[in-house]
Design a protein around this ligand. Sequence first.
Ligand code: SF4
Length: 350
Amino acid sequence: MSAANSLKDRIMIQEHFAHEHLPSALNQSEIDSHKARIKFLLKEHDACLVSHYYTDAVVQEITEETGGCISDSLEMARFGSVRPEQTLVVAGVKFMGETAKILSPEKRILMPTLEATCSLDIGCPIDEFSDFCDQHPDHVVVVYANTSAAVKARADWVVTSSIAVQVVRHLEEQGKKIIWAPDQHLGNYVQKQTGIEMLMWHGSCIVHEEFQAKGILDLREIFPEAAILVHPESPASVIEIADVVGSTTQIIDAAARMPNKKFIVATDRGIFYKMQQAAPDKEFIAAPTGGSGATCRSCAHCPWMAMNGLQNIVSSLENYSNEVFVDEQLRVQAQMPLQRMLDFAKTLNV
Ligand code: SF4
């Protein structure tokens, strides 16, 4: 992806924010009444909630209270496909709803909003990406889960950050040359871990790329005992100073496992809800971001994840609105690389 494209993506993202609708703040009695309504509607519609770690705490709370799943995108995909309920309400961003539909075509997939997207998805449009792949027909195409159904359908493998390194090593053992898309920072991290050169697409996450090594190191001077936990969508300079680099689930596990009592966390602060549960006696501090000039307006919180709220969960269940559809031919093509990842993950016990 060229610099011009990168600029174009940023303009598109800014335009998107201009029209973005965040759920309004609720008082406690409104929260209670929305939660009660959701509990009733989930039962009535044979539905369950599947939510990402980056959604707001109140969304994660109702997900837990109703026996749903809060997880990373790999586990969200797996959970939805094995649940008996015929309707899944996916609280997250668009590619997560599409992934649920790809793996569970017989189910109705609803989302609180269809407006919630991802800068990685926006930055990897299918036509340009397909041309790029066509120019390198001898390469295996590996794409991150944060992509559209069409990009997944063009890929040989889909990966999440929790198994990207293992998949790339596995392909290298078979002598494959690899195209990696769309996250350049995760791609660079995988290259460093494996020593395997990949042809790279240059997308990025607007939340993680705002973390800055200097700000984190300044914070560690104040809290010298704190361990630094970093998601690999962050820039290389931030990854270099990390005590642990990992997917969301791996970051939560590290917080519970490590002896430190304080952690500086460079990923979306929505994750603090589960980290606090996993390690209730520990303290979590959000890593500083680029500040007021940064693209990310919400400081360590994804503006698209923030569009999920109790109000729009209620309305999607009441009206069956925001249903996710994926063209059947595309779905079948996209299912293959996704299923490959899930089968591979099983062999690793991930
Ligand atoms: S946090 Fe970044 S990668 Fe995750 S959905 Fe938001 S923009 Fe996409």
